[in-house]
Every structure is written in C-alpha cells, then in structure tokens.
Write a protein that binds this ligand. Structure first.
Ligand SMILES: [Zn+2]
Length: 254
C-alpha cells in the first residue's frame, strides 16, 4: 500500500485518526484511518506502515515473550530470540531484518521451498517448512490459515519448528460463538465449493480463496496438536498504540 494512493481516504477520515505511539517502530504519530468499517486492517502508522492488526500482534510478542522493551524495533540483540514471520516486507521486516534473530518467508510455486530469495527471506510452504525441528521462539502468521488448504498440517509444521515453550502468535477470522464454517470440501484432489467462494485481498497474489471461517473448535484442534492457546481481545487501553477492534491468538507449544 502506498500512502499517496490513500490520501483522499485519509482526508475523508480526519475525525477518526488516533494519536499514540507505534509499538513496532517506536514513533509518536497519528495512526491514519482510511476505512472506519475495518479499522483492524488499517489505522496505518505513517512511519512503518503497520496496521492495527500488526501492532496487536506486536503487543502480544512484547507482553508474552520479549517483556524487556515496549517497542519491537528496540528488541536487544542480546535477547537471543529466533523469530519467523510468514510475511515479507512488512513493518516487522523493516525494523528487524538486519538482526540475525529474524527470518521471514513468502511462497512462490516457481521457487524451490527453502531457497533463500535474499538474506533472511526464504521461499516456504507452510505445510512443509524446511526449517529444522525446534528452531524458533516465535512464529507469526497474520490472516493466513483460513487460506491454507490443509490447515492442520500447517499448524503441525509450526508446532514442529517451535522450541518447547515457544509461541505461535497469529490472527485468523474466527466466530467465537459457533463451529468452524467449512467453505470448501478439500477431502479429495479437487476443491468442491460448499458455499459461494470468498476471496480476501493479498498484497502478492491479489486475491486468495478462504477455505474456512474458524470457529470455537479451533481450540480443540490446537490443543490436540500440542498448543495451549489464549486469545487477546483489544481494549480501550490499546488505543494508545493505535490498536482497535481485533483479537490475536497466542498458542504456546507445551
Ligand atoms: Zn510504526
């Protein structure tokens, strides 16, 4: 997203911007609202371009794991954490990519899984990660698993590459008052649509199919894989970091 392209919407929403401190880049700023109906996916920090959702993930990393600093960009090198983010060229990349602690990935069917595209950036398929067992302290995925055809296999892979006591910190659309809505039957080779196809925007591929909308049964699934999971719902105190109207899952490998 180029900020210049959203200037008209930034101006339309002048009343909805929020002043505060970005917990990723550390700047004091106005978080820019471009769509009041979907604040979790915007409220952009003009410095690191993080969205509300990404800063909520940052909040959980800081509160649950890092604990010594309040800004992701200030994680000291001496804190020997290994972080893997299944997203590339985002705000986390901007503040962490020069540190050895940080690995990230994108997926391209033309590239061999595991190949290093540039330093610290790998081609990875979440269902078959090429990392060794127990490599990472933190794995981050944002709005990814609703798009993974075999999501259980992907979650097991994340469990495998996490150290014991490590965290998968992630977001997925979830209805907490009902079971998972299966949108596509993936039991055979071909996808069979059970509901009208739902696509979500993706910065690399344009739009990607949502196989499901998770429900309350996600907790049993995560428990069976070996995770202890809690969910953080944003509250009014989070507004000081420009975090609105979202929830983040925090699964600990136990
Ligand atoms: Zn920022």
């Amino acid at each position: 997203m180029k900020l210049i392209n959203v200037v008209p919407r930034v101006l339309q929403n002048l009343d909805n911007h929020q002043f505060g401190k970005c917990n990723i880049c550390g700047n004091l700023t106005a978080f820019l609202c471009i769509d009041v109906q979907a604040v979790r996916n915007n409220m952009y920090c003009p410095f690191c371009r993080s969205s509300s959702r990404k800063r909520h993930v940052a909040k959980i990393i800081i509160h649950e794991v890092v604990k010594t600093v309040s800004v992701i960009g200030e994680i000291p090198k001496t804190q020997a954490l290994k972080i893997y983010n299944a997203d590339v060229d985002d705000a986390f990349y901007q503040v962490l990519h020069q540190q050895e602690i940080y690995t990230c990935s994108t997926f391209s069917p033309e590239l061999k899984p595991g190949s290093e595209i540039r330093p610290g950036v790998f081609c990875q398929d979440l269902k078959n990660l090429t990392f060794a067992d127990e490599t990472f302290d933190i794995v981050i995925t944002e709005d990814v698993f609703e798009h993974v055809r075999n999501h259980e296999q992907g979650l097991r892979e994340i469990h495998r590459v996490l150290k014991f006591g490590g965290y998968h910190i992630f977001t997925v659309p979830c209805n907490f008052d009902r079971q998972t809505i299966v949108r596509v039957d993936t039991s055979g080779e071909e996808d069979i649509h059970l509901l009208p196809p739902e696509y979500h925007g993706d910065k690399i591929r344009g739009k990607i199919l949502a196989y499901r909308t998770f429900g309350i049964d996600i907790f049993d699934l995560l428990k069976n894989i070996g995770f202890e999971t809690k969910v953080d719902f944003s509250n009014y105190l989070d507004r000081k970091n420009g975090i609105f109207d979202s929830y983040v899952f925090c699964s600990k490998k136990v």
